[in-house]
Ligand binder design. Structure first.
Ligand code: AMP
Ligand code: ZN
Length: 135
């Protein structure tokens, strides 16, 4: 897509710190890392988000992540990482070219996850039914 930053990184029009690439996938460092070594895994072809990308290609992103993430952890000297996607503007998605984050983590890094709120069994049961109805 013409105005997509990640398409421009794929084409070489914009620079990036590349870590890995093959015919379908590009892996490069996030320009604004939550922790050192924060890495993006993207399909070279443009799709908007997780629901848009073909399942086989998403699976290939996971396969590449399993290869790259151990190297990221070693280089960043941590023993954990988040593998996540912000899917949709409401979830904080800014770049609408499907991308997966590898975010190096350790217990000592001070980052706080969002807090869950305890709820009751009735609410959980109703929500499970509502979701199952939509499947
Ligand atoms: P999000 O869409 O919320 O999942 O986040 C998009 C991510 O892309 C953010 O973490 C940005 O720091 C990152 N980002 C934006 N522009 C660039 C760029 N030119 N090179 C590398 N990462 C980028
Ligand atoms: Zn794109």
């Amino acid at each position: 897509m013409d105005d997509c930053i990640f398409c421009k990184i794929v084409s070489g029009e914009l620079p990036s710190h590349k870590i890995y690439e093959d015919s379908d996938i590009l892996v490069f460092l996030d320009i604004n890392p939550v922790n050192p070594g924060h890495t993006m895994v993207i399909p070279k072809k443009h799709y908007n988000d997780l629901l848009d990308i073909p399942t086989e290609l998403a699976a290939k992103c996971v396969e590449v992540t399993k290869k790259v993430a151990p190297a990221v952890m070693k280089a960043a000297d941590v023993d954990a990482f988040h593998f996540d996607i912000n899917n949709g503007a409401g979830a904080g998605q800014i770049i609408f070219h499907t991308h997966f984050h590898i975010q190096p983590r350790s217990k000592e890094d001070g980052l706080k996850l969002w807090l869950g709120t305890p709820t009751d069994q009735d609410k959980l049961a109703k929500m499970a039914e509502s979701i199952k109805k939509e499947l």
